[in-house]
Design a protein around this ligand. Structure first.
Ligand SMILES: [Zn+2]
Length: 124
């Protein structure tokens, strides 16, 4: 079950970067998702972000969509541009009967939905 709750729509360009305002005549602009693609966003503003602003918004989206919501996205099978990189197993630390802490592995589908972190990995 993906989080695809939004319709697929495309809006025309504003003729400038929606973040910094640089004109389309002075910089190449790329399409911008209103909600990140990795979170089910399929509403696009055509030619809306300059390269410099895309670098900054991509950095924030990577942390949000991988480090913070990566485990949740894997669990629900959210759309991804890199399906081969989707995790199928996750790890967790457990102590059985007060024994030593051990790192165990289980299928993502058997792990609880914890949006705080990706299973077994820290921020990239
Ligand atoms: Zn910009």
């Amino acid at each position: 079950m993906a989080l695809d709750i939004l319709t697929h729509e495309r809006y025309p360009t504003y003729g400038e970067c929606i973040y910094c305002g640089v004109s389309a005549s002075k910089a190449k602009l790329d399409d911008e998702h209103v909600v990140p693609y990795a979170l089910g966003g399929n509403i696009i503003i055509t030619d809306a972000s300059c390269k410099a602003c895309a670098v900054e918004t991509s950095r924030v989206e990577r942390v949000l969509c991988k480090a913070v919501l990566g485990g949740l996205r894997d669990s629900v099978g959210e759309q991804t541009r890199r399906p081969k990189q989707r995790a199928t197993n996750g790890s967790f630390v457990a102590s059985i009967n007060h024994g030593p802490r051990r790192t165990l592995t289980a299928p993502i589908s058997d792990l609880p939905l914890l949006p705080q972190c990706r299973y077994g990995a820290g921020p990239a």
